[in-house]
Design a protein around this ligand. Structure first.
Ligand SMILES: NC(=O)C1=CN([C@@H]2O[C@H](COP(=O)(O)OP(=O)(O)OC[C@H]3O[C@@H](n4cnc5c(N)ncnc54)[C@H](O)[C@@H]3O)[C@@H](O)[C@H]2O)[C@@H](O)CC1
Ligand SMILES: [K+]
Length: 528
């Protein structure tokens, strides 16, 4: 993925937010210090100051509110520090708060002899300002707890005194600020390693870490504040991070609509979708393709369901088979409500073997390929060969990806990034793994992690809407990965809008489709 494309934003809003792994963050930290010469201790002081700012401004607000009632909120702080540089941040925060007049107690969970060099330095300075460092949690009540046990260096489950400290923190009635990450959350995956601190606020330094966005990590962070401490994109050098997410709005990433365009300009979408028992899937998919900007949509489906489709979606054309319409189409989408019938298989074979247009494969199209080893191998061979490769997007949910891989769904759920990347590489395609945080992988190794959407979208037909949106975008956006990322993001925003009107309990996939136009209007106005 081209860093310039990702960073470009005429509106002044950043288009993307990088999501770093622990290794990427460590590399960026050390490049900042070693290549650019900013000493680690300077970065740490800025990191600590940024946490102190959050604590002090919250405290000021509390004191203003309480003052009106004649009350005096207390300023009793506990710093819970581990033996690495996250702990060093914590000690620096405590020292700065002492200087601000807070009543600060210090708990160091690891022995001083095992402390990192920066932690030793911070301990020395804090002691010079009168800090008393305890090796057990000092008795007392605390209004504020600073969780600095582990940051990006967590490498195994929290056990023993660390588990006790985390459980103790979670049992207190105090405001908990997590330094960089809630201790116990794995930086790359968001997994809970043993147990984890439940924070009210997480102040993370320089860049978001993946684990702050992924489930279950995101349930532990509270509000995430990403502060600038002097570690910038310069520190990436030539290695941009793998993963990113969008920051709204994405208006400038949407395909331009030429004023003098005609219905052909905006994409002729052929959908191989729907079957006798699942006509609705074709309707949802076609409707969403129109709302996402397509000029023309043709649905290839059994003749029996043509009347219902034409009644529900009069804008669309219908066809008995893809063969008759293959030349007409700019782009093809296959799978929603297709079924595993002989007709469906025959039609899909035609699409795979006799057409070259950009293609989106979803649902039963993926299931049919997964069932047929020879067909799968043929597709892989075509895609591996630059001469026969076509623009391809796959939008499986974890169950469909597991069928392709031939493994249990749990295996995919454990490592969704790994499997999305594996299939993106194998098929030289943009591959999605759908979920509460859908992950899109590009053959060049880029990863998009989606943050829009809500639990109301886990409903029948939601994927059909996505396929319609993504297929429409693929007809006018050149890069399949880009079309997929934008489509997934818009789909989630439409789901959020549907939830806003109908509620997460009651919304249906048609509500998501019906919200697509409103989301695009908002994007056009650069307003989300
Ligand atoms: N220039 C830099 O490198 C900066 C680093 N910063 C801080 O430094 C942190 C990273 O520091 P470190 O790399 O020292 O890592 P951490 O401080 O996150 O933790 C590493 C230490 O914890 C131990 N450990 C890991 N998992 C454990 C477990 N389950 N049980 C017991 N011990 C365990 C490790 O052996 C090591 O001693 C960041 O998260 C951030 O808070 C910030 O000060 C910003 C600048
Ligand atoms: K922490």
């Amino acid at each position: 993925m081209n860093k310039c494309v990702l960073s470009a934003s005429g509106s002044g809003h950043p288009v993307v937010c990088w999501l770093l792994t622990a290794a990427e963050m460590k590399r960026c930290d050390s490049n900042t210090s070693e290549i650019f010469g900013v000493p680690s201790v300077v970065l740490m002081e800025r990191a600590a100051l940024s946490c102190v700012d959050v604590i002090v401004s919250r405290q000021k607000k509390l004191e203003e509110q309480a003052g009106q009632l004649g009350l005096h909120p207390k300023r009793r702080v506990l710093i819970a520090a581990g033996g690495g540089n996250n702990g060093a941040d914590g000690i620096a925060i405590g020292r700065l708060l002492l200087q601000e007049g807070y009543d600060v107690s210090f708990y160091l969970a690891s022995g001083e002899e095992k402390a990192s060099e920066l932690l030793k330095l911070q301990l020395h300075t804090a002691k010079a300002y009168g800090a008393v460092i305890c090796d057990t949690i000092p008795d007392g009540e605390y209004d504020i707890i600073v969780d600095a046990l582990f940051g990006i260096g967590l490498c195994r489950p929290a056990e023993g005194i660390y588990r006790e400290a985390i459980e103790w923190i979670n049992a207190q009635d105090a405001f908990v600020l997590a330094v960089d990450l809630p201790s116990g959350i794995e930086t790359d995956t968001g997994a809970v390693l043993g147990c984890a601190v439940r924070a009210d606020v997480t102040v993370t330094f320089g860049f978001w870490k993946r684990g702050l966005l992924f489930y279950p990590g995101c349930k532990y962070t509270g509000k995430v504040i990403c502060t600038q401490i002097g570690i910038t994109e310069d520190g990436f050098l030539n290695q941009t991070p793998e993963a990113f997410t969008f920051t709204a709005p994405v208006a400038e990433l949407l395909p331009a609509r030429p004023e003098d365009g005609n219905k052909g300009t905006f994409g002729k979408v052929l959908l191989l979708a729907g079957s006798e028992a699942m006509a609705g899937a074709a309707i949802l998919c076609g409707r969403s393709a129109f709302y996402a900007g397509s000029g023309m949509v043709k649905l290839s489906c059994p003749t029996l369901i043509h009347p219902v489709i034409q009644t529900a979606l009069p804008e669309a054309m219908t066809a008995d088979s893809v063969e008759a319409s293959a030349r007409w189409a700019d782009v093809i989408g296959a799978g929603p409500g297709l079924s595993l019938s002989d007709r469906a298989r025959k039609e899909l074979l035609f699409v795979l073997q006799q057409t070259l247009q950009p293609l989106v494969l979803d649902a039963d199209a993926i299931n049919l390929i997964a069932k047929d080893e020879a067909l799968l191998q043929e597709l892989i061979e075509h895609q591996q060969n630059p001469a026969t490769r076509r623009k391809l997007i796959l939008t499986p949910h974890p169950g469909e990806l597991a069928r392709l891989e031939g493994c249990a769904i749990e295996e995919i759920l454990k490592q969704p990034v790994f499997y999305a990347k594996k299939w993106a590489n194998r098929l030289q395609a943009a591959v999605l793994c759908k979920g509460a945080r859908s992950i899109a992988a590009s053959p060049d190794g880029s990863i998009y992690i989606n943050r829009s959407g809500n639990s109301g979208m886990a409903v029948a037909g939601s994927g059909d809407v996505l396929t319609g949106i993504v297929t429409a975008l693929l007809s006018t956006i050149d890069d399949p990965f880009w079309a997929l990322c934008i489509g997934v993001y818009l789909h989630g925003l439409a789901g959020d809008l549907a939830a806003h009107t109908k509620g997460e309990y009651s919304m249906t996939s048609n509500d998501i489709a019906e919200a697509v136009w409103a989301v695009l209007v908002k994007q056009e106005k650069n307003y989300v």
